[in-house]
Design a protein around this ligand. Structure first.
Ligand code: HSE
Length: 418
């Protein structure tokens, strides 16, 4: 019995991902999905597809009754939101890869899905080829998820790999990431952590039912990492990665952040190099699971779009189970983080704001310390991003409130203070 429907696609965007999808669809005729029209911004460019497919008039796609699926892979978040909203209201299902748009408009997109009954899928928007959203949504349909730790931005991981493993400098590595089609058109979004935190917002929704705006989450990128930090990492036989983390606390709430972090050699994430992404999930009874795959680039991203398109044949929808069927979790600031901070001048570091300091290295030209600091101190202040200061989380950085008193006493004893 043939239960799945024929899909006629209106495609927005013919950049790295759009063109990748066009080619991938040509190689998968069994999918019974065909592109009827492609909407682009500039007619001028030469494209590897018949000219008759292209238009610059978005209404041609949005008002075409034959088109039952809109695939949107453009990089202008506002335009993407307008397209996706209209498509849903016009009764079309939508597949999107616009992480910024989804992160900034998730509450509105949730309402639109409820009102219209249409499906909006966006597996390609986080970790590209890794099926992380559907796994969080379907497989982890319970409240046993203890933590998720992930590398969700391919460009910064590529840059860090090239710096660490091949000795490239930051600029050379970034140019390569751009040439390979991994970076955003505005690479600041990658480098300064915006892209990663955008992805983390909706992954938190599927993992924990949290609907937070990107600026509610503590984040930074790799722009402040200093060459001397890399030297410290090498000495410790660790790597530095941009890590997105969410962890359930004893109080039942969830701590979430996206920050550079030292990663031990035996950590699964140490294995994740170049544009690859990785996700380590810890859940009750199963211990750790590791998902790994390409997190950026034309075909890996197109493959996730393709999978969403395939899922639409069976009317698949996200149910947002953690939001609607379980009790959603709250974000918490009730924790402490063990951090490495390197700096040029100690006068610029508010030492008194640390709970305690475990290591001082003040002899070198580039000085650093390792200490424990309240999460809220970092969330509510900016000194640690200013004056050429670099803050990197240590491996296993989370310290719960209940642990701090004991640890503080121990560290003071070790220092001979009590
Ligand atoms: N610029 C993004 C990244 C593309 O590097 O991860 C994939 O979302």
């Amino acid at each position: 019995m043939e239960t799945h429907k024929q899909l006629t696609i209106g495609l927005f965007g013919f950049g790295v991902v759009g063109e990748g999808l066009y080619k991938v669809l040509q190689q998968t005729p069994s999918l019974k999905a065909s592109i009827k029209k492609i909407c682009i911004k500039n007619y001028g460019k030469k494209r590897n597809a018949p000219a008759s497919l292209f238009t610059t008039d978005r209404e041609e796609l949005l008002n075409d009754r034959d088109i039952n699926v809109i695939v949107e892979v453009i990089d202008d978040a506002d335009a993407a939101f307008a397209i996706v909203s209209t498509a849903l209201k016009n009764g079309k299902d939508v597949v999107s890869a616009s992480k910024k748009m989804i992160a900034e408009h998730l509450p509105a997109l949730l309402s639109l899905q409820e009102e219209t009954g249409r499906s909006l899928l966006y597996e390609a928007a986080a970790c590209a080829s890794i099926p992380v959203i559907r796994n969080l949504e379907e497989y982890y349909d319970n409240d046993l998820l203890h933590s998720i730790k992930a590398i969700v931005n391919g460009s910064t991981n590529y840059i860090l790999t090239k710096i660490f493993d091949e000795g490239l400098d930051f600029k050379q590595a970034l140019i390569q990431a751009q040439q390979l089609g991994f970076a955003e058109s505005n690479p600041t979004l990658d480098v300064e952590g915006y892209d990663a935190v955008n992805k983390w917002t909706f992954l938190l929704t599927h993992a924990y039912g949290i609907t937070a705006a990107p600026d509610e989450i503590l984040f930074n990128g790799i722009q402040h990492i200093h060459a001397a930090d890399a030297a410290v990492a090498r000495e410790k036989k660790q790597a530095i990665k941009l890590v997105a983390q969410a962890q359930k606390l004893n109080n039942g709430q969830v701590a979430a952040f996206v920050l550079p972090q030292f990663v031990r050699q035996d950590d699964h994430l140490a294995f994740v190099k170049n544009e690859y992404n990785g996700v380590v999930i810890e859940s009750g009874f199963s211990d750790k699971q590791f998902f790994y795959g390409k997190g950026a680039g034309s075909f890996p991203t197109a493959s996730a779009v393709l999978s969403d398109i395939a899922a639409l044949r069976y009317q698949y929808k996200y149910e947002y189970k953690k939001l609607y069927h379980h009790r959603p979790h709250q974000l918490s600031q009730a924790l402490y983080l063990r951090v490495f901070v390197s700096f040029d001048d100690i006068a610029l570091i508010p030492r008194e704001r640390f709970e305690w300091i475990e290591e001082w290295h003040a002899q070198e030209e580039r000085k650093y310390l390792v200490g424990v600091i309240a999460f809220a101190e970092l969330k509510n202040n900016t000194w640690w991003r200013e004056n050429n200061t670099s803050l990197i989380l240590t491996a296993d950085p989370v310290i719960e409130e209940v642990e701090t008193r004991k640890l503080k006493k121990k560290s003071l004893e070790l220092a001979g203070i009590v």
